[in-house]
Design a protein around this ligand. Structure first.
Ligand SMILES: N[C@@H](CCC(=O)N[C@@H](CS)C(=O)NCC(=O)O)C(=O)O
Length: 207
């Protein structure tokens, strides 16, 4: 059985959301990254990168990296329409997913949530966090262009919604920062789904 290794409220919530949205059969296994369970031998044997999301497939093989996992899962249930059949839209969905993960998450939110990784001196943490918020704020303006009327993914559901879900969850419900109108609209629509309600409940998230 496909197994998702996740940590509550981490970026893996986007893959958790996608699995629910696609209605695929899967099992989930919580990994306590706060206590360092992701560095325990059993998890390193599965994913030497020590990161969630980690997806173990039916045949036992393991997939890592959010954009790859998201695209793979969308392809497992093509009838659900999360893997655009138009080659151009497929590229745009991959482009947006990569930008959300590699830039907004890794460059922006990493600075906000883990400033100690960027500045050893605690006195510098507030400045690092501000830098992170600026990266996320500017990034969301770029994302907004894809979602606004006439934007490349304005009316196209895709696996990029999995990345939009967690990035907008973090921006809105975790950091409490303002997000552009069409990003807010997309997040409201994603959050209103049964899939979102289910993952919030399973992961113990109040909002
Ligand atoms: N490039 C990875 C990033 C995944 C990642 O950073 N996951 C975080 C949680 S949001 C994690 O597992 N952190 C644990 C750690 O670094 O100890 C991906 O796309 O999946």
């Amino acid at each position: 059985m496909t197994t998702l290794y996740y940590a509550p409220g981490a970026c893996s919530i986007g893959i958790h959301f996608l699995l629910e949205r696609l209605g695929l059969p899967y099992e989930r296994r919580k990994v306590d990254i706060r206590s360092g369970e992701n560095r325990e031998p059993w998890f390193i044997a599965l994913n030497p990168k020590a990161k969630v999301p980690t997806l173990q497939r039916d045949d036992g093989s393991v997939l890592t990296e959010f954009p790859v996992i998201a695209q793979h899962l969308a392809g497992m249930a093509p009838e659900k329409g999360m893997l655009p059949s138009d080659p151009e839209l497929l590229l745009r969905a991959a482009e947006l997913t990569d930008y959300l993960v590699a830039t907004l998450h890794m460059q922006g939110f990493s600075r906000i949530f883990r400033p100690m990784k960027f500045a050893a001196d605690p006195a510098g943490h507030a400045a690092v966090q501000e830098q992170g918020k600026a990266i996320v704020g500017e990034g969301l303006l770029v994302v907004e262009r894809s979602l606004m009327p006439g934007g490349v993914l304005a009316s196209t559901p895709s696996f990029a919604d999995a990345a939009l879900f967690y990035v907008l969850f973090w921006a809105t419900d975790r950091v409490g920062m303002p997000v552009p109108a069409h990003c807010a609209e997309r997040y409201a629509a994603l959050k209103a789904t049964a899939a979102a309600r289910r993952v919030f409940e399973v992961e113990g998230i109040g909002k």
